[in-house]
Ligand binder design. Sequence first.
Ligand code: MF3
Ligand code: CO
Ligand code: CO
Length: 254
Amino acid sequence: MIILKTPEEIEKMRIAGRLTSEVLDMITEYVKPGVTTNELNDICHDYIVNVQQAIPAPLNYKGFPKSICTSINYTVCHGIPDDKKLKEGDIINIDITVIKNGYHGDASRMFYVGEPTIRAKRLSEITYQCLCLGIAQVKPGNRFGDIGATIQRHATLNSYTVVQEYCGHGIGRSFHEDPQVLHYGKAGTGAILAPGMIFTIEPMINSGKRQVKLLSDKWTVVTKDRSLSAQWEHTVLVTSTGVEVLTKGQHENF
Ligand code: MF3
Ligand code: CO
Ligand code: CO
């Protein structure tokens, strides 16, 4: 069942979304060669807890041991921060979910560690375009399949593949609510979007084959062929006329 949010809930989701994007803005300057993902985790954790007086949702979520997800190079999603240093040319997704006043905001961005390779930059940029094209499909009367089809078409046109095992999700009082928001599919299919729905769009796009593998830590998802993978995520609200991006960054225009 897809929960429609009330105006009061939407106001709380706006706050949670803004805090989420502010964590990503805050951490940007720390992402550079030599920093460990544990250090990035601790900086985000302290900011969320002490400055925002909010809760990092991943910590202890179904046993996840850290406060953020950090997914480097061929890691698709749910990477666990550790003591390995980032190195020049890495790409990293940082995924932040905060809970404020009982409501969740969820967003992730790609970051370059030093200068990216041309291949890595292209993958990150096309993946961001996939997210934006998906967001552009969000308006009352459109269907979830329209979002997935648009993302899949753009990835495929650029010779990339779409991860199918993980998807976007409704979000609100719970981290993961109905519906599942697939990043592939057929236009004109699926549930109809209606004002008051809030969900994430978070395409994971691979430069090689779409298949993924779960590592023995039971969290880290990697590409089976060890090809590069990228992901961008926003939390969006369906309005009466279109879409409001609740996790919009300071330099983004939607
Ligand atoms: N933030 C992720 C998402 O976009 C979920 C991470 S679950 C965790 O849905 F436990 F790994 F944090
Ligand atoms: Co999400
Ligand atoms: Co997320």
